[in-house]
Write a protein that binds this ligand. Structure first.
Ligand SMILES: [Zn+2]
Length: 142
């Protein structure tokens, strides 16, 4: 299968911009990456910069995207937060934080989030049910 080129489905988030929230106008260009690997974008109309992951767990996470994905994958495989922490070499609190954010986003099925982590709905569903189950037993300090 040929490598699929991801469509730039980002829109300008500046409400004062003439191209605010309009798709397919090619006014959005890639503009380097943030420290944690999040893609940065710029609107050529108003010059405002923004990230697509705004409002998703990745935006708030200090962890690099691939680490968040890694942790998510382990949510599916392991059966405890402690197990995930051990496997990914992150602190238990870091795992709680990711689980909390991911859990919130899975609840409303955040498509952007799924795209960002290259997860499909089934994986997301598994992760969500895992987090929901664990949340009841773990007294997470977030
Ligand atoms: Zn703009």
């Amino acid at each position: 299968m040929p490598k699929k080129r991801r469509k730039l489905d980002v829109v300008c988030s500046n409400k004062k911009c003439r191209r605010y929230n309009k798709k397919g106008l090619k006014n959005i260009v890639r503009n380097g990456k943030k420290q944690n690997g999040t893609q940065n974008y710029k609107c050529t109309e108003c010059n405002k910069q923004f990230v697509r992951t705004k409002g998703t767990p990745l935006y708030y996470s200090k962890l690099p995207k691939k680490e968040v994905k890694n942790i998510c994958n382990h949510f599916v495989e392991k059966n405890s937060f402690r197990g995930v922490a051990r496997a990914t070499k992150h602190s238990l609190n870091a795992i709680y934080r990711v689980a909390d954010k991911v859990g919130k986003h899975c609840e409303k099925v955040d498509e952007e989030f799924l795209v960002d982590l290259n997860l499909d709905m089934v994986e997301a569903d598994e992760i969500f049910s895992f987090i929901k189950k664990r949340r009841k037993t773990a007294s997470a300090k977030v």
